[in-house]
Design a protein around this ligand. Structure first.
Ligand SMILES: Nc1nc2c(c(=O)[nH]1)N[C@H]1C(S)=C(S)[C@@H](COP(=O)(O)O)O[C@H]1N2
Ligand SMILES: [Mo]
Length: 425
């Protein structure tokens, strides 16, 4: 890493990231820090799996979110947010980091990013090395926009049976946003990619942590990088990226799991071989078969890097365990569906635990990488418990499984979910 890039942490406080797990320590424990501390004890929610009690916490630029870990900050979006609208508000968008201290070591490490010194470097097998400011990206390239789902590979990991190691997310490690930025292709073309290029390696500002946690680096194949859809995004839902979602720029890889969506992107290196980095060669790998699954408790013999998201759907209007009155009569069930970019062909709905299925009405299409809203009328005829389910089919004909699929890292959970609703007299 070059010296000028290290200066990224320097003086001017374009953004302040407070409360980096240092509540009550040193100079950062201001009013915000104390409020975070207070909310630890004030509000908790319990996720529907063992050991699921979590504090609700408030970080800068965020509303109260569900805390998975403090160092690094990892925040799960409360599921009710997905019923507010098809785009996930920036202040409710989940947060996931790998390394304990994102930008240096608290309490002394800088917690700011200075956009006057921030640079995106493009190097490796290119005709000319680029060093771009955010302003360069905004003015020297053609802007583009995509609505796309950002979903952690480990979303819903807490529901795996048998349980697996790793962040015990409920269903809130996903979000859908309108991303604005420039095509990675355009930036690479302006650098001039060498003929022997195989991948581009991606690195953000966060660095290796102690305890052997390696620097978070990723790589994508050169064809994908030059395909025109992968973006270097500087805005999310019409605003600057929140600090915790990658300010000032992040990669957006529509259709791919969020592990490739490198935040605080600061270096793109064109390489002539498959890039060897922990998060490609050891982490974020799935069993090398069609279901990305193995018998529970076993180890796959062969693995490959995770790539495209599988198809999922959720009911958002009704929560598990809800009670509704029969007197309400017919009512609308709302939900969302998405996949890795083929688009949603159909969402089926069942109100009897999967015995009978009806086709739901699909809502507005914001593009094939977006959540697709859907709705259907639920008409309970008598009191009792109804098991509501939705099952999406994508344009490739892939459909959500009724039985759980298992893999050791707990990735790609996409079983049909059940929402039990009690209809009372
Ligand atoms: N710099 C950096 N980028 C990163 C990560 C990280 O640890 N550091 N984690 C990745 C993973 S695994 C996920 S799930 C997404 C989460 O994006 P979000 O925090 O904006 O929701 O960021 C990705 N980009
Ligand atoms: Mo992730």
């Amino acid at each position: 890493m070059h010296e000028e890039e290290k200066l990224r942490f320097a003086a001017a406080r374009r953004r302040i990231l407070r409360g980096l797990g240092v509540v009550g320590v040193g100079t950062l424990a201001g009013a915000v820090g104390r409020r975070v501390l207070a909310s630890h004890t004030a509000d908790t929610i319990t996720q529907p799996f063992g050991n699921g009690e979590r504090p609700l916490v408030q970080w800068p630029e965020k509303r109260q979110l569900i805390q998975l870990t403090t160092r690094p900050p990892q925040l799960d979006t409360p599921f009710s947010v997905f019923n507010e609208g098809v785009l996930t508000p920036n202040d409710a968008f989940f947060v996931r980091y790998h390394n304990a201290f994102i930008f240096g070591t608290p309490p002394t490490g800088p917690q700011t990013i200075d956009t006057t010194t921030f640079r995106l470097v493009v190097d490796g097998n290119v005709n000319r090395r680029l060093s771009l400011t955010v302003a360069d990206l905004k003015t020297k390239f053609t802007p583009m926009e995509t609505v796309a789902v950002c979903q952690c590979a480990g979303n819903s990991r807490g529901f795996f049976k048998p349980r697996v190691r790793g962040g015990q997310w409920a269903h809130g490690a996903m979000g859908n946003a309108r991303w604005t930025g420039v095509a990675l292709r355009d930036v690479l073309q302006s650098a001039g990619v060498g003929a022997a290029a195989v991948q581009v390696a991606l690195d953000g500002l966060d660095t290796e942590a102690w305890g052997g946690v390696p620097d978070f680096q990723k790589a994508i194949n050169i064809d994908l990088a030059l395909g025109g859809e992968v973006m270097i995004a500087y805005a999310m839902n019409g605003a600057d990226l929140p600090m915790l979602n990658g300010f000032p720029i992040r990669l957006v890889v529509p259709g791919y799991y969020a592990t490739y969506w490198v935040k605080h992107l600061t270096r793109i290196t064109v390489v002539d071989s498959v890039y060897d980095t922990f998060y490609m060669t050891t982490g974020y790998r799935i069993p090398n078969n069609d279901c990305a699954c193995v018998p529970p408790g076993t180890t796959p013999t062969s693995t490959v890097p995770i790539t495209l998201m599988n198809v999922r759907s959720f009911i958002t209007s009704h929560v598990d365990g809800a009670a509704v009155s029969l007197a309400l009569g017919q009512q609308v069930v709302n939900g969302i569906a998405f996949d890795g970019g083929s688009g949603i062909r159909e969402v089926q709905f069942s109100q009897d635990g999967g015995v009978n299925w009806r086709a739901a009405q699909l809502g507005p299409d914001l593009g094939r990488y977006s959540y697709r809203p859907w709705n259907i009328v639920f008409s309970p005829s008598q009191t009792g418990t109804y098991v509501l389910q939705s099952r999406a089919v994508n344009n490739l004909g892939q459909i959500q499984p009724l039985d759980p699929l298992w893999n050791p890292p707990g990735y790609m959970h996409n079983i049909v979910e059940s929402v039990r609703v009690r209809v009372t007299g």
